[in-house]
Design a protein around this ligand. Structure first.
Ligand code: TXA
Ligand code: MG
Length: 335
């Protein structure tokens, strides 16, 4: 298959391909998604194939209007309304009870629930609107690789496997959306931390927020099905560090073992490193937004530079730091 590279003036081509049941990658504000029409079983099956994704890991349905959600769910609770009023379009995915057989069976793989998101990116919204259908949109990477934050990353993973990629430049956030389950009677359960934090959620709802920092760190924490699979990991081992002293110690240790070392850190950490170290500057000290934006793209860049050990700066588990550390710790464990 010849994968077309489209710019944002060529969305008509992307729409036509989607309507023929083909796969088209598109930009969102979090990471690039792999689009297919969510009501077509044939198209959705191709998504699992192209990504090499385990078929029991359900997909997020991306919408451009709230009506698309309301048409497909059993009930649209008040809490859902409060959350979409506050955070849509944006990096929040909500899980609701879906009508039976509304979407293709492979979207949720037999679960009675469906995950929905309205992305905050003009290209994504226009594509969904012009296609006239909700689109599934898993991150457009090969399963097990870091999520793609540019059209080039999608190309590197998916060239020859999908019909087209819409290039909308680099994504702004760089980590996938916060996923919350609204079908849990005990409260709103965070299944995957993201840019929308537990505190932000708590500010707009009175229900309990479950699965904040404590639960996510606990081994038995309930997880989105996708969280149990290998994710986020580049091909080389990843070691995280907090302080400059730790960083320098690790660099010395690896270099004594004759390994090529890469370092991803904020600029305050980068002085006094040997010239032989490959470096990616993640931004100014304490800028968690900038660190998040550089995490996946930096890992991919370090793969290209063929480093043998990668050192990545950790941050406090507060606010968006919870999402950042969730991805980094998985990468460091090789998950
Ligand atoms: O930011 C994002 O959410 C990106 C962009 C492209 O929109 N998409 C994304 O999709 O990250 P994906 O497929 O890589 O991750 C979807 C996550 C998985 O962890 C999956 O297990 C969970 O959402 N999920 C989807 N449907 C679910 C359901 N019905 N119940 C529980 N978890 C669900
Ligand atoms: Mg993914």
């Amino acid at each position: 298959m010849n994968t077309k590279r489209l710019d944002t003036t060529q969305l008509e081509t992307a729409v036509a391909l989607l309507l023929e049941g083909e796969l088209v990658a598109f930009p969102t504000e979090t990471v690039y998604g792999l689009g297919a029409i969510a009501t077509s079983e044939e198209a959705v099956k191709k998504v699992y194939q192209a990504k090499g994704r385990p078929s029991d890991n359900p997909l997020i349905v991306h919408v451009s209007s709230l009506q698309q959600v309301k048409d497909s769910v059993v009930a649209f609770p008040e809490v859902a309304q409060a959350l979409v009023d506050a955070f849509w379009p944006g990096p929040l995915t909500i899980i609701l009870q879906a009508k039976e057989q509304y979407f293709a069976p492979s979207v949720s793989f037999g679960r009675p629930t469906v995950a929905f998101r309205m992305p905050q990116h003009p290209v994504a919204l226009e594509l969904i609107q012009k296609t006239g259908h909700a689109l599934v949109g898993p991150s457009a990477n090969q399963s097990g690789k870091p999520s793609p934050t540019s059209a080039q990353h999608v190309w590197d993973d998916m060239n020859g496997r999908i019909a087209a990629i819409c290039d909308g430049g680099e994504t702004a956030i760089g980590l996938e959306s916060t996923v919350v389950d609204l079908t849990d009677k005990e409260g709103i359960r965070i299944l995957r931390p993201g840019a929308i934090t537990a505190e932000q959620l708590q500010n707009v709802v009175h229900q309990r927020i479950l699965g904040g920092e404590e639960a996510i760190e606990a081994e038995e924490a309930p997880k989105a099905p996708g969280m149990k699979y290998r994710h986020y990991a580049p091909s080389m081992p990843v070691q995280l560090f907090y302080t400059k002293e730790e960083l320098i110690r690790w660099v010395r240790q690896y270099q004594e073992a004759h390994m090529d070392v890469g370092v991803m850190a904020t600029e305050d950490m980068l002085g006094a490193l040997p010239n032989s170290v490959e470096v990616i500057n993640m931004g100014s000290a304490g800028d968690i937004q900038s660190m998040s934006m550089h995490l996946f793209s930096g890992m991919r860049e370090m793969e290209k530079r063929k480093v043998e050990r990668l050192l990545v700066q950790a941050c406090p588990k507060k606010g968006m730091g919870i999402a950042y550390m969730n991805r980094l710790e998985k990468a460091a464990r090789g998950e």
